[in-house]
Design a protein around this ligand. Sequence first.
Ligand code: ZN
Length: 937
Amino acid sequence: MKNNPVIAMLVTVSLIMTKNVSFSQKANQIIPFDTGTRMGKLANGFTYYIRRNLTPEKKAVFYLINKVGSVLETEKQQGLAHLLEHMAFNGTVHFPKTEIINYLQNKGVRIGADVNAYTDFNETVFQLPIPINDKKLFKNAFYIIRDWAQGITLEDEEINKEKGVILAEMRQHSGAAQRIKAKTKPYLFNRSIYAQRPPLGKQEVIKSFKNEDLRSFYQDWYRPDLQAIVIAGDININEVEDMIVAIFSNLKNPSERKIRPQFTIPLDGKNQFVTVTDPEVPTTQVEITIKHPRNELKTRDDFRRNLLRKLFNTMATNRINELLAQDKVPFLAANVNIGKFVANLDAFVSRMNCDGERLENALKAYWIELMKIKKYGFTRYELQKAKTALLSGIELNYKERDKRPSENYAKECLAHFLEGIATPGQGYEMQMYKTMIPEITAEEIQLEIVNKYLTQQNRDIIIVCNTSQKHTLPNEQQFLNWLKQIEQKPLDKYLGTKPVRLVLMNNLPPPGRIIAEQSLEDIGIRELILANGIKILLKPTNFKEDQIVFRGFSLGGLSIVNDLDFYEGRLAADLVNMSGVANHSPLELENILVGKNLNVTPYIEDISQGIEGTSTKKDLETALQLVYLYLTSPRKDSTTFTHLKNQIKLTNHFSKTIPTQIFQDTIQAVMGNYHFRKMKMPESRIDALNLDKILKIYKDRFADVSGMNFILTGSFNVDSVKPLLIKYLGAIPALHRHETIRNLRHKYPSGRISKKIAKGNEPKAIVFLSYSGSFDYHIKNILQMRALSNILKTRLITKLREDQGGIYTADVSLIANKLPSGQYNYAINFVCAPKNTEALILLVNAEIINLKEHGPSIDEINKYISTEKGIWSSLLISNDFWRDYITGKLMYGEKLKFPEVGRIEKELSIESQKDTAIRFFSNQNYVKLVLVPESGK
Ligand SMILES: [Zn+2]
């Protein structure tokens, strides 16, 4: 049965469009469903959403949404909703065993990166994006979804294998965050079912459940009246609808249909207080959660309330950031947000981090700010700023509406199916923003948001601190007294900073000029040389309606900075970036940039320094002004410097107690051959950091732009950006000192190194293996090496995860550098049970030996080639890709030409991969590092 509500909706929408004036009177009317999406329901209750959308071209995304999650599990089924999600990839009616994975990989669809799934309290969602030029694949995608809906075979053998993977996934997620969550959620979820049914489930149940319990869960709940399919992309709506009717009409509801309960978290008005200690948390955190019923987002009133909340969030965040920028603020970080919580609830959540020894001071200073908001609200200027920022973001989004990815439409349908969240379409939404935002006053926000959300009931106070600072924790009465002391104090009204003159640059420098110009036709680039030496590469594109990305860089970087000043050099760009610019403080700069869509960031890396960012067409001039100012007038800000120093001190101090951090530091030290430039700054050095020296180094790094390449790609017209480039980039002074890289002769460690680090108590091991060496950097090598790392990764996941159930995932990464000298490093990572460490490492080695002796199979090679094709098709339409690609070519002094997309297809063979494995996985330089718990188990 087809159900077509489109026409009815067209009528509603057109009526509204013509009656702009009466918007506010019709405040509480229901927001209509987007007319561009066809929604319908089959006779068996199966819902469908179909959306035609051409970004990206020739692709479509399929979702299967089940209103089924961990809250529906019985005691004996804890964790089975999630296990069932995994089983969808381990045998279905049309695709036995692991055929789905195999089939999709052959079609270039990546597992994890493309096809994916998740299980939550109330839902299980499968996502399958595919290319649509292959007719058979397109049809099969329907059958894969159909199989997931009611055709997962759940064979005993496959279930047993998957148990290990689930346990490995639990192990991967275990750690401080997990431990703290386990202790706090009974309070946050008010002891409801949500506290007892974490989606990952319970280890004991996973080890011992009966397969029948899994099958009955599938039969009870995977049924058409709780399911929906979403298909968005480059498709024909009628054709897709016909296929849905043909393929999904025979889904059956069970003869005895269980009622699907709607579980809620009860609000009883009570306040709760809880403290938690853990040996691995670096700072003390106070989290205040005030729970409220969900704002449902179905009517125009709901939409308006949501807008009020957004504005509140922006203003409160700005207020706190302002405080954080001041001298002597006693806390390290803080944030405030009103948003979605869990199930039927929303929440006001505020977090403050501080040094535990200063908890009382920090909390009071923080609470004063919240109480000022509560008492006096926000100023008109704060509201005006927040509105400007919100509107400009939304306008930019609206401009890109024709280039909106299909994924976004699919997510909207998901929210509509699960929670009835209104999705009226971009035009209608824009109308609501335009009408409602100007009407909103500070008083309305006070009345509707501050007074209603910052309340004194349903409030949970959670304090988490490092076990070593347990003595600093207050009890509930003490803590409440601290709050009360602030609440009873007369508070000064917040006046805020007066808006300064909002001009970034007063005196424009004399412009430069172009001394040479040429076109690189093959790659669509116009090249300009400015008189100061900057070489500009312009690549206009139409991938987006309004996006420009840029990067200017030159060689040198930290390699030029002498050893004594190295730590100052390493911090320089970050500090300058946080310190405002020219004579504008960070706060003034933020005021100047309100409502502008741009960002500009200077950086200094090992062998280069540069500045990069993004902007819209309209804001390009401001972005270039910022480039000019960051390169010529960095600002000295001792307050920011002190804050940064304190942050580094505190994290350095506690990271010595965090096992994963210790392990990470060890990897860096070993791989950097214990050279001080590759390691963390010693604690003793932090106090000796010198602000003047930092600025001096920064200025020196950017004193000479004569060797700079400046790349600009995106939606611009070459002739219209030229005057701006001459005006700002052309005006930057240059020294023509012909700087290049200093070769510090760093090498990866040679020989065979093996280390075991025993830290922490979590029963998990982390393995790091590395093969490295010197090599001849050549694109021919790089293509083969990259293919090999992908093939090895897929193989390790197949062997160690699918066959052995020993890991959740494995990573194989490749670093290959040409400068200052050709060096490469293959690093392999995975998490496993401590007792399996050696056996799994042996398996990894066996796979490497196998690749050296036999190379990969033809099937593996074909899968890699298909994947590459898919990746290229999305890279070639990305401005970021082009910026990075051109950067790489210029940095390595290679000829600029169009990427050789099909080359790997011609050069990849069993033999070439075998050779690559023999050359680059030699046993000469091998590092094996393992983190295990102190108990060894
Ligand atoms: Zn999982």
